[in-house]
Design a protein around this ligand. Structure first.
Ligand SMILES: Nc1ncnc2c1ncn2[C@@H]1O[C@H](COP(=O)(O)OP(=O)(O)OP(=O)(O)O)[C@@H](O)[C@H]1O
Ligand SMILES: [Mg+2]
Length: 257
Protein backbone atom coordinates (compact mmCIF):
# COMPACT_ATOMS: atom_id res chain seq x y z
CA UNK A 1 0.00 0.00 0.00
CA UNK A 2 1.33 3.41 -0.98
CA UNK A 3 2.77 5.82 1.53
CA UNK A 4 0.83 9.04 0.96
CA UNK A 5 2.89 12.19 1.56
CA UNK A 6 1.79 15.76 0.97
CA UNK A 7 4.11 18.71 0.57
CA UNK A 8 2.63 21.75 2.23
CA UNK A 9 3.50 25.31 3.15
CA UNK A 10 1.07 28.22 2.84
CA UNK A 11 3.99 30.52 2.04
CA UNK A 12 4.88 30.82 -1.65
CA UNK A 13 8.20 29.86 -3.17
CA UNK A 14 9.54 27.67 -0.36
CA UNK A 15 10.54 24.73 -2.57
CA UNK A 16 7.36 22.61 -2.47
CA UNK A 17 7.18 21.88 -6.17
CA UNK A 18 10.94 21.38 -6.58
CA UNK A 19 10.82 18.87 -3.73
CA UNK A 20 7.71 17.12 -5.07
CA UNK A 21 9.18 16.66 -8.55
CA UNK A 22 12.66 15.58 -7.57
CA UNK A 23 11.77 13.29 -4.69
CA UNK A 24 9.14 11.64 -6.92
CA UNK A 25 11.66 11.23 -9.73
CA UNK A 26 14.25 9.76 -7.39
CA UNK A 27 11.78 7.32 -5.86
CA UNK A 28 10.79 6.24 -9.37
CA UNK A 29 14.46 5.83 -10.34
CA UNK A 30 14.89 3.56 -7.35
CA UNK A 31 12.12 1.36 -8.73
CA UNK A 32 9.23 2.52 -6.55
CA UNK A 33 5.91 2.87 -8.38
CA UNK A 34 5.33 6.56 -7.78
CA UNK A 35 2.39 8.88 -8.39
CA UNK A 36 2.73 12.66 -8.16
CA UNK A 37 -0.59 14.45 -7.71
CA UNK A 38 -0.48 18.10 -8.75
CA UNK A 39 -3.22 20.18 -7.12
CA UNK A 40 -1.51 23.50 -7.56
CA UNK A 41 -3.51 25.53 -10.11
CA UNK A 42 -0.38 27.14 -11.60
CA UNK A 43 0.62 23.61 -12.74
CA UNK A 44 4.31 24.12 -11.98
CA UNK A 45 4.89 20.44 -11.23
CA UNK A 46 3.03 19.29 -14.36
CA UNK A 47 5.00 21.77 -16.48
CA UNK A 48 8.30 20.90 -14.84
CA UNK A 49 7.71 17.27 -15.82
CA UNK A 50 7.31 18.36 -19.43
CA UNK A 51 3.54 17.86 -19.67
CA UNK A 52 1.55 19.88 -22.24
CA UNK A 53 -1.25 20.87 -19.87
CA UNK A 54 -3.36 22.42 -22.64
CA UNK A 55 -3.71 19.08 -24.40
CA UNK A 56 -5.24 17.34 -21.38
CA UNK A 57 -8.87 16.27 -21.53
CA UNK A 58 -9.35 15.47 -17.86
CA UNK A 59 -7.40 16.65 -14.83
CA UNK A 60 -7.51 16.81 -11.02
CA UNK A 61 -10.27 19.37 -11.48
CA UNK A 62 -12.58 16.61 -12.74
CA UNK A 63 -11.38 14.14 -10.10
CA UNK A 64 -12.22 16.53 -7.27
CA UNK A 65 -15.45 17.90 -8.71
CA UNK A 66 -17.00 14.88 -10.43
CA UNK A 67 -18.09 11.86 -8.43
CA UNK A 68 -17.52 9.41 -11.30
CA UNK A 69 -14.06 10.57 -12.44
CA UNK A 70 -11.29 8.53 -10.79
CA UNK A 71 -7.54 9.18 -10.57
CA UNK A 72 -7.06 6.22 -12.91
CA UNK A 73 -8.95 8.15 -15.63
CA UNK A 74 -6.54 11.11 -15.65
CA UNK A 75 -3.13 9.68 -14.72
CA UNK A 76 -0.45 10.02 -17.40
CA UNK A 77 3.09 8.70 -17.78
CA UNK A 78 6.19 10.91 -17.69
CA UNK A 79 9.64 10.66 -19.26
CA UNK A 80 10.79 9.04 -16.00
CA UNK A 81 10.05 5.32 -15.82
CA UNK A 82 7.79 4.37 -12.85
CA UNK A 83 6.70 8.00 -12.38
CA UNK A 84 3.06 8.79 -13.13
CA UNK A 85 1.43 12.20 -12.86
CA UNK A 86 -2.09 13.31 -11.98
CA UNK A 87 -2.04 16.71 -13.69
CA UNK A 88 -3.74 19.85 -12.49
CA UNK A 89 -5.96 22.48 -14.09
CA UNK A 90 -6.06 26.22 -13.74
CA UNK A 91 -9.75 26.02 -12.70
CA UNK A 92 -8.70 24.28 -9.48
CA UNK A 93 -8.15 27.83 -8.23
CA UNK A 94 -11.95 27.95 -7.81
CA UNK A 95 -12.16 24.75 -5.76
CA UNK A 96 -13.21 26.51 -2.57
CA UNK A 97 -16.26 28.00 -4.28
CA UNK A 98 -17.09 24.91 -6.30
CA UNK A 99 -16.97 22.56 -3.32
CA UNK A 100 -18.40 24.95 -0.75
CA UNK A 101 -21.80 23.23 -0.46
CA UNK A 102 -20.54 19.62 -0.59
CA UNK A 103 -20.69 17.75 2.70
CA UNK A 104 -17.55 15.73 1.94
CA UNK A 105 -15.56 18.73 0.72
CA UNK A 106 -12.45 17.96 2.82
CA UNK A 107 -12.52 14.25 1.93
CA UNK A 108 -12.81 14.38 -1.85
CA UNK A 109 -9.12 13.67 -2.49
CA UNK A 110 -8.88 11.03 0.23
CA UNK A 111 -11.82 9.11 -1.24
CA UNK A 112 -10.18 9.01 -4.66
CA UNK A 113 -6.67 8.19 -3.38
CA UNK A 114 -7.88 5.31 -1.23
CA UNK A 115 -8.84 3.42 -4.39
CA UNK A 116 -5.32 3.86 -5.82
CA UNK A 117 -3.15 2.97 -2.85
CA UNK A 118 -2.63 -0.63 -3.89
CA UNK A 119 -1.25 0.40 -7.29
CA UNK A 120 1.62 2.54 -6.02
CA UNK A 121 4.43 2.48 -3.46
CA UNK A 122 4.49 6.25 -3.03
CA UNK A 123 1.88 8.93 -3.69
CA UNK A 124 3.13 12.52 -3.32
CA UNK A 125 0.89 15.59 -3.42
CA UNK A 126 2.19 19.02 -4.43
CA UNK A 127 0.07 21.75 -2.83
CA UNK A 128 -0.57 25.42 -3.63
CA UNK A 129 0.72 28.13 -1.25
CA UNK A 130 -2.41 28.50 0.89
CA UNK A 131 -4.31 26.76 3.65
CA UNK A 132 -7.49 26.59 1.60
CA UNK A 133 -9.60 23.55 0.73
CA UNK A 134 -6.97 22.07 -1.63
CA UNK A 135 -4.18 21.71 0.97
CA UNK A 136 -6.83 20.65 3.51
CA UNK A 137 -7.88 17.85 1.17
CA UNK A 138 -4.22 16.87 0.83
CA UNK A 139 -3.67 16.87 4.61
CA UNK A 140 -6.80 14.81 5.10
CA UNK A 141 -5.72 12.30 2.44
CA UNK A 142 -2.12 11.88 3.65
CA UNK A 143 -0.44 10.02 6.44
CA UNK A 144 2.66 12.22 6.35
CA UNK A 145 3.55 15.83 5.61
CA UNK A 146 6.79 17.37 4.37
CA UNK A 147 7.12 21.08 5.15
CA UNK A 148 9.61 22.84 2.87
CA UNK A 149 10.88 25.95 4.58
CA UNK A 150 13.09 28.84 3.66
CA UNK A 151 15.75 29.79 6.16
CA UNK A 152 14.55 33.30 6.99
CA UNK A 153 12.68 34.91 9.88
CA UNK A 154 9.42 35.51 8.00
CA UNK A 155 9.11 31.81 7.20
CA UNK A 156 9.38 30.94 10.88
CA UNK A 157 6.22 32.91 11.67
CA UNK A 158 4.29 30.97 9.04
CA UNK A 159 5.60 27.67 10.43
CA UNK A 160 3.73 28.07 13.73
CA UNK A 161 0.46 28.74 11.91
CA UNK A 162 1.02 25.73 9.67
CA UNK A 163 1.79 23.41 12.57
CA UNK A 164 -1.32 24.60 14.36
CA UNK A 165 -3.37 23.85 11.20
CA UNK A 166 -1.82 20.37 11.02
CA UNK A 167 -2.76 19.82 14.69
CA UNK A 168 -6.35 20.85 13.94
CA UNK A 169 -6.54 18.51 10.93
CA UNK A 170 -5.22 15.68 13.12
CA UNK A 171 -7.89 16.44 15.75
CA UNK A 172 -10.84 16.79 13.44
CA UNK A 173 -10.20 15.14 10.06
CA UNK A 174 -7.25 12.73 10.07
CA UNK A 175 -5.99 11.27 13.33
CA UNK A 176 -3.15 9.41 11.54
CA UNK A 177 -1.45 12.52 10.19
CA UNK A 178 2.17 13.08 11.20
CA UNK A 179 4.93 15.45 10.19
CA UNK A 180 7.53 13.48 8.26
CA UNK A 181 9.92 16.39 8.34
CA UNK A 182 10.68 20.08 8.03
CA UNK A 183 12.96 20.56 5.06
CA UNK A 184 15.23 23.54 4.59
CA UNK A 185 15.19 24.37 0.89
CA UNK A 186 17.29 26.92 -1.00
CA UNK A 187 19.91 27.09 1.76
CA UNK A 188 22.55 29.75 1.18
CA UNK A 189 25.06 29.43 4.00
CA UNK A 190 26.84 32.66 3.03
CA UNK A 191 23.97 34.50 4.71
CA UNK A 192 24.12 34.78 8.49
CA UNK A 193 20.33 34.77 8.70
CA UNK A 194 20.32 31.27 7.19
CA UNK A 195 22.21 29.55 9.99
CA UNK A 196 20.45 31.61 12.64
CA UNK A 197 16.96 30.70 11.47
CA UNK A 198 17.89 27.02 11.03
CA UNK A 199 19.13 27.04 14.64
CA UNK A 200 15.88 28.61 15.87
CA UNK A 201 13.76 25.94 14.16
CA UNK A 202 16.03 23.16 15.45
CA UNK A 203 15.65 24.45 19.02
CA UNK A 204 11.89 24.04 18.81
CA UNK A 205 11.47 21.13 16.41
CA UNK A 206 14.82 19.33 16.40
CA UNK A 207 13.52 15.82 15.83
CA UNK A 208 11.30 16.95 12.99
CA UNK A 209 14.00 18.62 10.89
CA UNK A 210 15.43 16.53 8.04
CA UNK A 211 19.22 16.02 8.30
CA UNK A 212 19.52 16.80 4.61
CA UNK A 213 19.31 20.45 3.59
CA UNK A 214 18.87 21.61 0.01
CA UNK A 215 21.76 23.81 -0.93
CA UNK A 216 21.25 26.67 -3.34
CA UNK A 217 21.57 25.14 -6.81
CA UNK A 218 20.64 27.08 -9.92
CA UNK A 219 20.48 23.85 -11.91
CA UNK A 220 17.27 22.94 -10.02
CA UNK A 221 15.61 26.00 -11.51
CA UNK A 222 17.02 25.28 -14.96
CA UNK A 223 15.88 21.63 -14.85
CA UNK A 224 12.27 22.69 -14.20
CA UNK A 225 12.43 25.13 -17.11
CA UNK A 226 13.50 22.30 -19.40
CA UNK A 227 10.72 20.01 -18.15
CA UNK A 228 13.15 17.57 -16.53
CA UNK A 229 13.98 16.29 -13.06
CA UNK A 230 17.40 17.21 -11.69
CA UNK A 231 18.45 13.56 -12.16
CA UNK A 232 17.86 13.84 -15.91
CA UNK A 233 19.12 17.39 -16.33
CA UNK A 234 22.19 17.52 -14.07
CA UNK A 235 22.80 14.20 -12.27
CA UNK A 236 26.14 15.39 -10.88
CA UNK A 237 24.86 18.68 -9.44
CA UNK A 238 24.52 19.61 -5.76
CA UNK A 239 20.75 19.53 -6.25
CA UNK A 240 20.84 15.91 -7.45
CA UNK A 241 23.11 14.95 -4.56
CA UNK A 242 20.87 16.65 -1.98
CA UNK A 243 17.57 15.31 -3.34
CA UNK A 244 19.18 11.88 -3.56
CA UNK A 245 20.12 12.05 0.13
CA UNK A 246 16.71 13.35 1.14
CA UNK A 247 15.03 10.47 -0.65
CA UNK A 248 17.26 8.03 1.26
CA UNK A 249 16.07 9.65 4.51
CA UNK A 250 12.46 9.26 3.41
CA UNK A 251 12.73 5.62 2.34
CA UNK A 252 14.72 4.78 5.48
CA UNK A 253 11.58 5.67 7.47
CA UNK A 254 9.42 3.11 5.65
CA UNK A 255 9.28 0.69 8.54
CA UNK A 256 7.94 3.41 10.88
CA UNK A 257 4.85 4.06 8.76
N1 LIG B 1 17.77 24.50 -3.81
C1 LIG B 1 17.40 25.45 -4.70
N2 LIG B 1 18.35 26.26 -5.26
C2 LIG B 1 17.99 27.22 -6.15
N3 LIG B 1 16.74 27.46 -6.54
C3 LIG B 1 15.76 26.70 -6.03
C4 LIG B 1 16.04 25.65 -5.09
N4 LIG B 1 14.86 25.06 -4.75
C5 LIG B 1 13.90 25.69 -5.44
N5 LIG B 1 14.43 26.68 -6.22
C6 LIG B 1 13.72 27.64 -7.08
O1 LIG B 1 12.98 28.50 -6.24
C7 LIG B 1 11.73 28.83 -6.85
C8 LIG B 1 10.58 28.42 -5.89
O2 LIG B 1 10.63 27.00 -5.77
P1 LIG B 1 9.29 26.12 -5.92
O3 LIG B 1 8.55 26.50 -7.15
O4 LIG B 1 9.70 24.72 -5.73
O5 LIG B 1 8.50 26.65 -4.65
P2 LIG B 1 6.97 26.41 -4.28
O6 LIG B 1 6.92 26.37 -2.80
O7 LIG B 1 6.44 25.26 -5.02
O8 LIG B 1 6.30 27.74 -4.83
P3 LIG B 1 4.72 28.04 -4.88
O9 LIG B 1 4.35 28.33 -3.47
O10 LIG B 1 4.60 29.23 -5.78
O11 LIG B 1 4.06 26.82 -5.42
C9 LIG B 1 11.69 28.09 -8.17
O12 LIG B 1 12.11 28.95 -9.19
C10 LIG B 1 12.72 26.96 -7.99
O13 LIG B 1 13.29 26.57 -9.22
MG1 LIG C 1 4.72 25.12 -6.23
Amino acid sequence: MARVICIVNQKGGTGKTTTAINVSARLANKGYRTLLIDIEPQANASLALGVDIHALKKTMYDVLLEEEVELDDIIIGTTTENLMLAPTHVDLANTDINLADKTDKQFRLKNKITKMRAKFDYILIDCPPSLSLLPLNALTASKEVIIPLQADYLSLEGLEQLISTIDKVRDKLNSELKILGILFCIVDRRMKMTTQSIDIVKEDFNKLVFDTQMRLCVKLKEAATFGQSIFEYAPKSKGAEDYGKLTEEITAGEENV
